[in-house]
Each structure stands twice: as C-alpha cells, then as structure tokens.
Design a protein. Structure first.
Lengths: 334, 336, 285
C-alpha cells in the first residue's frame, strides 16, 4: 500500500508542478514584456465607448493592485501568487464592477458540462469502434470508418465547428447555432429548459466529437492490432476461451489502459478545442468569455481565465491519474 | 507407419508443410519454416523436439496446436489427433471447431510463460476462462477442483487471488502448468517452458511437468534447444534443422549413438563431468529459410558433406527399429 | 534513400496521396510569386465577383482577387508552420536526446517539465500572450512562442527512442572509445531518431497551422500579414457568408483542409514505415 501512496504523491507533485509552471508562464508573459499593460489595457478598454474619468481612475487603481506594480519584481511576484491563492482576480473591467471570479463561476459549469459530455462520448465511441476495427480487420465497414477517421482527424477544431455552423446555419437550418439555451426562456430546472440546453449543445458536442473521434479510433485500432499478438491473447485463443471474453477482458481491457493515460495527456488540447468551439457557437462558457474579454481589453478577466484554465485542466488530469490504479493493479508495484 | 499392433498414436503428423508467406513492396517470399515433417507421438509418451532457435520448432508446434494465423499458412500434409478413439484432423476440409477440444483434450504450455497470463485478471479468473466450461460443475465445486489440483502440484490455493505480476517467474510458470493440466488433457504441448527460468527453478518445474504427466497419463511434446533437458525428460527425441526433421529415435539411443552429423554436434556441445577438451563450435550459420541451399540443408556446415548432399535431398530412412535419420552419410547403400 | 521514397510512392497509398495533395498545395503557394498585385493592396479589382473569368476564384469585398490572395496566404501559412516545426524540433531533439541518454534524475526532471507542457492548455496562454503584445504581435513572435510551447509531445517520443539507444551495445562502445556525450548524441544517436523527427514534423506543422488559423480567425494575430486564418478573419469581418460571398470563405477552408490531410497522411505513412510492428502487420496482408 505504501507504493500506492507513493504513486499518489508523485502524481500530486506533478499536478503542483503543472500549476506552478503554468502560473509562472502567465506571470512572465504579463510582467516581462516591454509593454506597459496598464495604459495598454485602459486604452483598449475605453476605446469602445465613453468612460467617465472616475471610472478610468478606478480602473487604473484596480489594475495597479492587480499587477502589484508597487515594489520590486519579487514583491510583485508574491502579490501575484497571493491573489491566485485566494481566488481573487479583482473586478472585471468590461463588466465593471462585477468580480472576475463571479463571471468565471457563471461560465465554468457550461464549459465543464460541454467538455465532459463530449469527451466521454468521443472517448468511449472512438475506443469501441477503434477496438473493433483493430480486431475485425477484414470488416469493410470498419475499414471505411478508418478512412473517415483519418480524413477528419487532422482538421482543426475551428474549421470543423465553422463548417458545421455554415451547414446548419445557412444550408440546412434545423438546429440552433448559437447560445447555450433559448434566449427568451427563463433559466430553471425544468424539462423545457433542459431540452433547450441539450438541443443547443448538439452542434458544439458534434464538432468536438468529429475532431476527437479519429484520434481515439486510430490509437485504439493500432493498440488492439498489437495486443492481438501478445502472448496472453494467443494463449487464451489456444485455450479455447470464449471469443467475446477474449475481445473484452483480454484485448479491449488491456488496450484501454494507454488510452486512459492518453486522455490525461490530451486533456489540454481538448480544452483548447472546447474553447474555440464555444466561441464559434456563442456557447456561454469559458471560451466565449475569454474571446470577448480579449476584445474588450479586460485584462483581469483574461488573466483570471488563463489561471483558472490551467488549474482546472491539471486538476482533471490529476483526477484521471488518481483513478488509474483502479484500472491497473500493477500501478501499486511500479 | 511402422506400427502394426501397437496402440494408435495420439498424434500423427504426415508430410506437414507450413510456410510464412510475405509480401513486402510487391515482392513475394516464402519462408519454409516447416518442410515435409512426418512424426507421431504415442500415448503416455514424452516426445522431445530439439534444434537451434529458428529451425522451425516453434512453427511446427504452432501448426500442431492449430494456432495458424497469417502470414503463416499450412501448405500441405495433415495433423491428426486420436483422443481415446475420437479422431480429429486439424487441416481437413471439414475440420471441426477446435474450441471444445482445446484444454479438454489438447492443452499448451507456452514459451515465456511470464506473459501468458492476462496481467489485468486475477489467476482465479484465468482458471475460470480456460477450464470452467470443460468441468461440468457449479462454480463453487469447480473452484474446489482447482484448489485440489493446485495442492496436488504443491501450490498454495491462495495464488488464485493474486494478479500475475504478484507472483515470481517460477511461480507463474507453475501456475501456467497447473492451468494447462487442470482439465487432465490427453495431449500437452510444452514449448520451451523452462527457458527463461534460472537453473534451480528449472529443475523444480521439470520435475513438476514429469509428475503431472505421469499422474494424468497424458502425452507430451516437449520443445527446447537444451539437449540436457531432453536427456533428462524425454522418451523419444526428434531433431530439427532448417525446417526439416533430420533424426528421430529413443533418447538414450540418440545420445549414445547419434547418426546425423548435426545431432552429433548438438550432443558434443553438452558439457560432461571430467570433459576437458574445448567445445568445438559449428562453422557458419543456419540457412535462411526463405532461400535454403539445394540438397541437404545442412551440407554447407557438414563435416561429412559429399557431392550428392549438394544435389539431392536425403529422406528419412530407418536405421533401427524406431530410429530414423535423413543423411546420406548415415544411410548405407546411399553412399556414392 | 531515393529507393525508399520510390517504394513508398509505389506501394503505400497513403504516402502517395499525401505527396500528391502537398505538391498541389505547394504549387499554389509557389504561384504567389507571380501575383500581379501585392496581397496587401485592396480595391485593385472589382469587388464581390463570383468565380469566373478572369478572376478564377472570384473577388472579395475588399477588391482583392481571391485566387492570388489565396496563393500568398497559403505560402505564409506553410512558412509559419515550417518555422514553428523547425524551432520546436531543435528543442525537442535536444531535450529528448539528453533525457534519454542521461537517464536518472536528469531524465526525471526534464520529463516532469515536459509533461507539464503537455498538460497545460496552451490556447489561453497564447491568447494572454497576444493580449499583452497586441500590435507588437508579429508573425515571428507568434512562431517563437508556439515553438517554445509545442515541443513537449515529440520530446517524449524522442526520449523513449534515445532510452532504448542508450541500452544498445554501440553506445557502450562509443563511451569506452572516449567520445563525449555531445559527440555520441550527434554522431551516433541523431541518425536513428531522424526518421521519427521527420514524421513528428508533419504533425507539428499541422498543429501549429491549426492554432495559427484559429488565432487569426479570432483576430488574435498580426492581421496585416495574409495567412489562411487572416483571410477567413477578413471574410468574417465583412460577413461574407451572410452577404452570399461564399467563395471568399470556401476556398481558403478547402485549401487548408487539403493541407492538413496531406501532411497527416505523410506523417501516418512515415510512421508506418518506421515502426517495425505495424510493418509486420502489413507483411501479413
């Protein structure tokens, strides 16, 4: 059991390192660039409309506090961490004076929902189909699925989402192409609202799946076609073990392990995709918020979103890592 | 067949040919891993199969076990089992489904048994997967049978709760042997079952194999390149070289008086107590099976090579009541 | 080398299709040098003409010829991908080879950092970078930033190969013959990992072009250097789809998709050629 807690400890250490390096990157980018971010931000934030001089002064003050521009670089560094530790990124500049954390909390559930639903669907479906394609290599239908996967996989999230938007927005308008639910509808926990949310999530989920499926499909297909020649599979075949059992418990089960690790490794990239997709479909999550924050020059919101993204993604990775020993008994030894 | 009144052999292999067919960048190649092999294994007998690595031993074994997958292909010949009168021909047109024969009648102890157990399944589940459908008992009784079998093989029943990686190499091999024998099959194929083990563990595993073979009275075909193991274990011995069987006979007779120069070389390389002469290595390497030499495949390395060896392929001929050899130098009357 | 290429072309369908698609894309990019107008000039041709003669792919609302605009855009996009791949290759080679060769705590430390970069969501960081840089954001700074962020996945791959090379006998021989680590890595190990580097280059170009297109479409890059993404950005700014000027969007999207598929097929077929395991699978077919 000690080696299991050793594994946990190592994974947790990696999590801390990811957050540490990520936040430092954000600090470096914001503090070591030759541009004065405060004036830059203020000019960007105020360029869209008239802002009262008092508000500008408040903004300047808020920004100074946020940057902790008083003091040397190390003091600024300490102040930066302190803000992150208490989760206080100051007031938003575009939605002044709503705190940035409020905005993020409002958007986060949408992104988490979209991301987890689409990722789970994609991962399960891709692995199932890929596994079958690796096992039944002669099936022409699965071969065709392989060609499709190959064709769609390299296309980036933005293009796929964009094409779906064109198809369902202009050519065949049957699905809602923007928003997270019908605008006129009051938010609440009832069937109509949930249906509306589900309907609005079809296109974002679909575009994330189209891009994601191919990777899992091809990965699983390759893994399975290698595992088929492993000793324990051949032995089970020689032993006349039932084919269903061989396919599920001997082949798929073993091939899934690297795919779980792969999921942890690609979560960051999937998150990027979700952000982009949200923006295309105006989905009310982190991504849309981030893009509009950049356009509005909302420095504190951009910084807050970046930080939260880093922490959220690495926490999700940590979760997968900690669940992994449930799937692989050997982790306790390694 | 030479037998008349003798009980029918459990396994009869006739003129078996199995090739690896490859096609890379448009070039077809045949690797003749098993070329015209004829042999039989009697009831209650341990038959040893010897030869260097990549001489076709493992391919022959795979073919006998019905474990053919591309690129390996059976080109001709037959493999026939006789399980107490139930005849099964593997490469017939109307070959039966092997699933209900496997493990009940024909089981397998594989090379590198370290990796033959599914790493993600407890040993108990492996036993259930392999044997449950052959032992017609409810699960609880089935597990009792398994436990009794393990105890008979001096294994603690607790291994059932372990994952393979929690067992040592020797232990895993013992569990694999227990798994292969739990249904008391008539025929067991053992492919280098001791190769990866250290010497002490090896001895224990060999003793165990012999004990269990005696106990359930099955036939065993035992493959290894280690002549010392053959000397200790096998009743009869077949020697393979470059995809062909070159000599076959009772183990003691072959060890005492090998007829084929290749067998002689294999035996000469065995260490003996008091032997001080340096071991002589055989010159050259085994031929490529994709492009074997004409005539006798051993002739480029053979100290006795004659002209005919370069042109004609020697057939297996009887040189004793149960002793066959494929060598012109050893066959009287064929000399030129 | 040439023989390998010829065999691949003849017997590997994916490779052949990939080469064909990429050659087509490169040809289009090469035509940019014959462009009659600078891609930055606007209102040089009548606006909003559908595809036809003499404006094969039509003209856009800014009075530019879509075809010539496209040649220039794809050239810049390809160059961008290539620059990112080149720089990040150097990083991943150095880090991967050293980690694999040195082993021990060096390996652990480098791989911890490496895994960090794999996990961190890069898109928000790039957005933050643009947010701070704003108008100073140029083609080159973005390429540098992305190269600095995009080496990690391939470094892990190279490291695993280097790890197995380290265990090979010839490495021992080199050490005993007195070669320095730098010599061993460059003279002995580099040739072995180069094929992998080639296939990861294709994937990396894909990755960087994908991100570049995304960032440009959102307007988060230097929107005055025409790339495929910038072209779509301007089309969106002029609401080209609503206005029915579909050719302004369709052709850049189609061309960049062709590029992606071509690069990806090359990477896949190279992988298959390198990896003996999948090659064995092919032998059976």
């Amino acid at each position: 059991m000690t080696s299991y807690s050793g594994y946990m400890l190592r994974r947790f250490g990696q999590f801390v390192l990811v957050v540490f390096i990520g936040i430092n990157l954000a600090f470096l980018i914001t503090h070591l660039t030759p541009i004065d971010p405060i004036e830059q931000t203020i000019s960007a934030a105020t360029s869209f409309g008239s802002t009262s001089p008092e508000a500008i002064a408040m903004m300047r003050q808020a920004l100074r506090e946020l940057y902790g521009l008083e003091g040397g670089l190390w003091q600024q560094y300490a102040a930066f961490w302190k803000r992150i530790a208490v989760g206080d990124f100051g007031p938003s500049l575009s939605a002044f004076p709503t705190p940035v954390s409020d905005l993020i909390w409002r958007a986060l559930p949408w992104t988490v929902g979209l991301l987890s639903v689409s990722t789970l669907l994609t991962w399960c479906l891709g692995n199932l189909l890929g596994g079958l394609a690796g096992y039944f290599q002669k099936s022409s239908m699965l071969r065709f699925a392989g060609v499709l996967a190959m064709g769609f996989h390299p296309i980036p999230y933005y293009i796929t989402a964009f094409v779906l938007l064109i198809v369902f927005g202009y050519l065949w308008p049957v699905l809602p192409i923007t928003g997270g639910y019908r605008m006129s509808m009051p938010r609440g926990f009832n069937v109509d609202f949930i249906l509306s949310v589900a309907q609005h999530s079809i296109l974002p989920v679909l575009s994330l799946m189209i891009v994601g499926l191919g990777g899992w499909f091809m990965g699983m297909r390759a893994l399975v076609s290698n595992i088929v020649s492993e000793d324990y599979v051949q032995y089970a075949e020689l032993g006349g073990v039932a084919r269903r059992r061989i396919l599920t418990s001997y082949i798929m089960r073993n091939a899934l392990l690297p795919q779980v690790t792969g999921l942890a490794m690609s979560l960051g990239a999937i998150f990027n995709g979700a952000i982009i997709t949200e923006q295309v479909f105006g989905y009310p999550g982190i991504g849309t918020l981030l893009v509009s924050a950049v356009h509005a020059g909302d420095y504190s919101l951009v910084l807050g979103l970046t930080t939260v993204s880093i922490i959220a993604v690495s926490a999700a990775v940590l979760l997968i890592d900690l669940l992994y020993p449930l799937l692989d008994p050997r982790v306790k030894v390694r | 067949m030479s037998e008349g009144a003798a009980p029918a052999p459990v396994l009869t292999v006739t003129a078996l040919r199995a090739y690896y067919q490859t096609r890379l960048f448009g070039i077809d190649r045949d690797v003749r891993a098993v070329d015209n092999v004829t042999l039989h294994v009697n009831a209650n007998e341990i038959y040893g199969l010897a030869g260097e690595s990549s001489c076709g031993k493992t391919t022959l074994i795979k073919t006998i076990a019905g474990a053919i997958r591309p690129p390996l292909k059976v080109q001709g010949g037959s493999v026939e089992f006789n399980f107490h009168g139930r005849r099964v021909s593997l490469y017939d047109k109307n070959a039966p489904d092997l699933a209900d024969i496997r493990w009940r009648h024909l089981s397998y102890i594989m090379q590198g048994s370290m990796s033959v157990l599914n790493p993600l399944r407890r040993v108990r589940n492996s036993f259930v997967d392999f044997a449950f459908r052959h032992i017609h008992k409810p699960m609880a009784e089935f597990l009792d049978t398994v436990r009794a079998h393990l105890l008979r093989l001096h294994l603690q029943p607790e291994v059932l709760d372990a994952y393979p990686h929690e067992l040592s190499g020797g232990m895993r091999q013992r569990v694999a042997i227990a798994l292969a024998t739990v249904c008391r099959p008539e025929f067991i194929i053992a492919d280098e079952p001791t190769t990866a083990l250290d010497v002490i563990v090896q001895k224990g595993v060999l003793t165990m194999i012999r004990e269990v073979q005696r106990e359930i009275g099955s036939s065993l075909i035992f493959v290894t390149h280690d002549m010392a193991v053959h000397a200790n274990l096998c009743d009869r011995l077949g020697v393979m070289y470059a995809g062909r069987l070159v000599e076959e006979g009772p183990t003691a007779e072959i060890l005492r008086e090998p007829r084929h120069p290749y067998t002689a070389h294999l035996i000469a390389s065995l260490p003996r107590i008091g032997d001080v002469a340096p071991k002589k290595a055989l010159e050259g390497t085994p031929p490529s099976l994709a492009d074997p030499p004409l005539g006798c495949r051993f002739h480029p390395r053979c100290p006795l090579a004659m002209d005919i060896c370069k042109r004609e392929n020697p057939q297996m001929e009887w040189v004793g009541p149960v002793h066959r050899v494929a060598c012109f130098a050893a066959q009287p009357g064929k000399r030129q | 080398m040439w023989q390998v290429l010829r065999d691949l072309l003849r017997y590997n369908r994916e490779f052949a299709v990939g080469v064909f698609l990429l050659s087509f894309v490169i040809l289009i990019a090469a035509l940019s040098f014959l462009a009659p107008h600078s891609p930055l000039d606007s209102y040089v041709v009548p606006p909003d003409l559908p595809p036809g003669w003499p404006y094969v792919l039509g003209t856009n609302s800014r009075g530019q010829d879509v075809f010539w605009q496209l040649t220039c855009a794809i050239r810049n996009t390809l160059l961008f991908g290539f620059a990112v791949a080149l720089i990040s290759r150097v990083l991943s080679l150095v880090i991967g080879l050293i980690a694999g060769y040195a082993g021990g705590w060096v390996d652990r430390a480098l791989m911890s950092v490496n895994d960090t970069f794999i996990v961190i969501p890069l898109f928000p960081i790039l957005v933050l970078f643009y947010f701070v840089m704003r108008d100073r954001m140029s083609w080159m700074t973005l390429a540098l930033a992305m190269a600095f962020l995009g080496w990690s996945y391939d470094a892990r791959l190279i490291r695993s190969v280097a790890l197995s090379l380290r265990a090979r006998e010839f490495t021992e021989t080199s050490i005993f013959s007195g070669m320095s680590m730098r010599q061993i890595l460059i003279q002995e190990h580099l040739p072995y990992v180069l094929p992998i580097v080639f296939s990861t280059t294709m994937n990396n170009i894909n990755w960087s072009i994908g991100l570049e297109v995304t960032l440009s479409v959102l307007g988060f890059t230097d929107i005055n250097t025409p790339t495929i993404g910038v072209m779509i950005y301007w089309a969106n700014q002029h609401t080209a789809l609503v206005a029915g000027i579909w050719w302004w969007i369709f052709f850049p999207v189609a061309l960049v998709v062709v590029t992606f598929i071509g690069l990806f097929l090359l990477a896949v077929s190279m992988n298959e050629y390198i990896d003996p395991r999948s090659r064995l699978g092919r032998v059976g077919a």
